[in-house]
Design a protein around this ligand. Structure first.
Ligand code: RB5
Length: 144
């Protein structure tokens, strides 16, 4: 299952991404926020990252104004690899090399079109494994 959340800075992009996911038939749970009113991004990062960390969801998307607060917050959760991406290359590498299980976007730094495109690239890219898995294992070891 895919879970998604944003603060007010990412609300508009989240709405557009939800439509794209629905068009592609991808099952998604939206943890909010549900409008443009000011909210605190750590609350929504906790919902999405907590769900991925517990194994309830296998992947997630988080959006705030810059993406910075969401990525800092999400990466506090065990087993979460949240990647803030800014272009198609970093969206691809986030999955291919880092096997990012949460994609993070900045709603105030990206156009809607680019944000949707980066999600598509991340969804459609496969993790390469091999030497990259060894590196992820070293990250996991730090969490123990
Ligand atoms: C909210 O104003 C803004 O600080 C938030 O969306 C995000 O950019 C934090 O990193």
């Amino acid at each position: 299952m895919l879970v998604i959340g944003s603060d007010h800075g990412g609300y508009e992009l989240k709405s557009a991404i939800l439509k794209m996911l629905s068009d592609r038939g991808i099952d998604c749970t939206d943890f909010g926020t549900d409008g443009p009113a000011s909210v605190d991004y750590p609350d929504f990062a906790a919902k999405v990252a907590g769900s991925v960390s517990s194994g309830e969801a296998n992947r997630g998307i988080l959006i705030c104004g810059t993406g910075i607060g969401m990525s800092i917050s999400a990466n506090k959760f065990a087993g979460v690899r949240a990647a803030l991406v800014h272009d198609e290359f970093t969206a691809q590498m986030a999955k291919e090399h880092n096997n990012a299980n949460i994609l993070v976007l900045g709603g105030r730094v990206l156009s809607i079109e680019k944000g949707i495109r980066f999600v598509e690239v991340w969804l459609d890219t496969e993790f390469e494994g091999g030497r990259h898995q060894n590196r992820l294992d070293k990250i996991s070891a730090v969490e123990q």
